[in-house]
Ligand binder design. Structure first.
Ligand SMILES: Nc1ncnc2c1ncn2[C@@H]1O[C@H](COP(=O)(O)OP(=O)(O)OP(=O)(O)O)[C@@H](O)[C@H]1O
Ligand SMILES: [Mg+2]
Length: 276
């Protein structure tokens, strides 16, 4: 990215949204920009709103990371907050994806970030991609949008903002971008889950003491279901995976890396299963 754009961002603009199709270098650019801004003394937040290839927090979540020093790998950013979407694709989850992105941006502001960079997933095509990206733009209300384009594939989205008070920077996709196959994406996801649950232990909670988001049906339907463990504010403390549930005896057994489960007041179920 040109020095002119980075210096403009440095001096003006709090929320920057990075848009592009799949494999266009969005995450690379997000990291490079964040590192540059950190080197100039800024407190930078990244909102990773890609639920499929999540690098701040596990897949199925939108993660907020705060950088206080430069980082060589984007996976090195610990999550300061998470929002649980509960799916590895935004397709049936457009609303939670947009709401979660907004909430994480707000959290970044609350935590004192000077600049918040919102990295996005590559769903941009057709009506669905347009709804997702336009809704993100409407709700997050970025000061700037950085667009990585091969040709004009984002223009059906950008046209709506052309004459508004949002600065749009259009950049060419670098020839150095390495595309990833669906298998590489699935492997990365599996690795991210594995890392997240590496130190997980089994805990038990009485379902009398907590709110359960909804009931799936038979107890065996809950097996291996990914859950979010939320505190009294409804904010994600951590994720878990259901091992066993008894609706009659009112308990739930789950694996989670969260050590102190005393603050868990709500469990949200997803329909996503993982085998640990
Ligand atoms: N400007 C660049 N110079 C060198 N390597 C790059 C550059 N941009 C991207 N890459 C490399 O290309 C690969 C894909 O880039 P990146 O993950 O940033 O794409 P993305 O648009 O975020 O993909 P996705 O759609 O999956 O989110 C990565 O290995 C990254 O290191
Ligand atoms: Mg990416």
């Amino acid at each position: 990215m040109g020095r002119r754009v980075t210096d403009e961002i440095l001096s003006r603009g709090k929320v920057v949204l990075v848009l592009g199709a799949v494999d266009t270098g969005k995450t690379y650019l997000t990291r490079e920009l964040a590192n540059y801004l950190v080197s100039k003394g800024k407190k930078v937040a990244i909102v990773d709103s890609d639920v499929g290839q999540a690098y701040i927090g596990p897949p199925t979540t939108i993660g907020l990371g705060i950088l206080d020093k430069e980082i060589p790998f984007h996976e090195d950013i610990p999550p300061s907050a998470l929002y649980f979407v509960g799916s590895i694709s935004p397709v049936r989850f457009l609303l939670p994806t947009v709401v979660g992105t907004k909430l994480m941006v707000e959290k970044g502001k609350e935590l004192g970030a000077d600049i918040i960079i919102v990295d996005t997933g590559g769903l941009i095509q057709n009506g669905l991609g347009r709804i997702l990206k336009c809704s993100k733009i409407e709700l997050v209300s970025p000061d700037r949008i950085i667009v990585l384009q091969r040709k004009d594939e984002l223009e059906h989205i950008l046209g709506l903002y052309q004459n508004l008070k949002i600065t749009i920077h259009r950049l060419r996709v670098s020839p150095l971008v390495k595309a990833r196959t669906p298998k590489m994406r699935a492997d990365y996801r599996a690795l991210r889950f594995k890392q997240f649950f590496q130190k997980a232990k089994v805990h038990e909670l009485s379902s009398r003491k907590i709110t359960l988001s909804y009931k799936l049906g038979k107890p065996e339907d809950y097996h291996h279901i990914l859950i979010s463990l939320d505190d009294e504010k409804g904010e994600v403390l951590s994720l878990g995976v259901v091992k066993e549930i008894s609706l009659a005896k009112k308990y739930i057994l789950f694996s989670t890396p969260l050590e102190d489960i005393s603050k868990v007041k709500r469990i949200q179920f997803s329909d996503y299963r993982i085998a640990l």
